[in-house]
Design a protein around this ligand. Structure first.
Ligand code: PEP
Ligand code: MN
Length: 277
């Protein structure tokens, strides 16, 4: 289990990408107001095809640190390599008071040298955690292998958590999902790794209606005990229609309030009463 207080369940909300300082600060405030501790706003954006690459860590890391300081939240972003990780950690290190940071390795980042650089950047920095997204293809060994690359570079097990974002389907999915979850693998990876398992229902769903349905299904299954998970990652943007990335799948805060907050709040309350299995 994690040595830092990420909460339980470990819910992560916020926009796909950091777009401006104002958007990052607003997202932090909106999330905090609804009781969330961890707020994503990704600085680099690896793309399937050439496009906007994100603001990057040099420009955006100070925004995340500012939101952490002003809103008292734990910022979260993807990092591609050791330099990215150092830049975000250095900015966060400047803030006053207690600090916590969540980095993650994205599904397209399967280069083990880069993973090791990130492992080495967080070595001994116990206020930083790293989420490991599953690779694009359904390969359990590769997903678990990232844990070993991070550990081999000096990261410790209690800094790590797993994130399932589904696998790219070979043909359009019959249920219209963007990426297809593999619940058997989720169970097995959670059992083998003994690490917290977060479900990224946004990248599984791909469209906001699917994201809502998938999030509720995951919560119901966790409460029934049929698929145990430890948290959710849900993309929520202040203005999804004009988002720079993933317009179709990001919820607005209004949609969150009207259509999802009840299930998530209910789940958080129920999980407090359940002994994590
Ligand atoms: C993301 O979280 O915005 C993202 C790009 O995720 P993935 O690496 O799972 O595609
Ligand atoms: Mn996204």
């Amino acid at each position: 289990m994690l040595n830092i207080e990420l909460g339980m369940p470990i819910n992560i909300v916020g926009p796909c990408a950091a777009e401006s300082e104002e958007q990052v600060l607003q997202s932090g405030a909106e999330a905090k107001r609804r009781g969330f501790k961890i707020v994503r706003s990704s600085l680099p954006k690896p793309r399937t095809r050439p496009g906007w690459d994100g603001v990057g860590t040099v420009v955006g890391a100070p925004w995340l640190a500012k939101s952490a300081e002003i809103n008292g939240i734990i910022p979260a972003t993807e990092v591609i390599n050791g330099r990215d990780a150092h830049e975000v950690i250095n900015e966060m290190d400047k803030i006053r008071g207690a600090k916590k940071l969540l980095l993650w390795i994205g599904s397209r980042n399967q280069v083990h040298w880069l993973q090791q650089e990130i492992g080495s950047a967080i070595a001994g920095v116990d206020w930083v955690s790293v989420g490991i997204k599953n690779p694009m293809g359904p390969d359990e060994k590769h997903w678990l292998g990232v844990i070993d690359h991070l550990l081999s570079a000096g990261a410790s097990l209690d800094q790590l958590l797993m994130i399932h974002r589904g696998f790219v389907p070979n043909a359009p999915d019959k249920n219209g999902l963007r990426n297809v979850p593999n619940w058997k693998m989720v169970k097995s990876v959670r059992e083998i790794s003994k690490l917290p398992m977060i479900i990224d229902t946004s990248h599984i769903g791909g469209r906001f209606s699917q994201v809502l349905g998938m999030t509720k299904t995951v919560i119901e299954n966790d409460l029934k005990g049929s698929i145990r998970v430890d948290g959710l990652m849900v993309e929520i943007h202040p203005d999804p229609k004009n988002a720079a990335t993933d317009q179709n799948q990001q919820l607005s805060w209004m949609t969150y309030d009207n259509k999802l907050s009840q299930s998530i709040n209910g789940w958080v309350e129920r999980r407090k009463l359940l002994i994590p299995a």
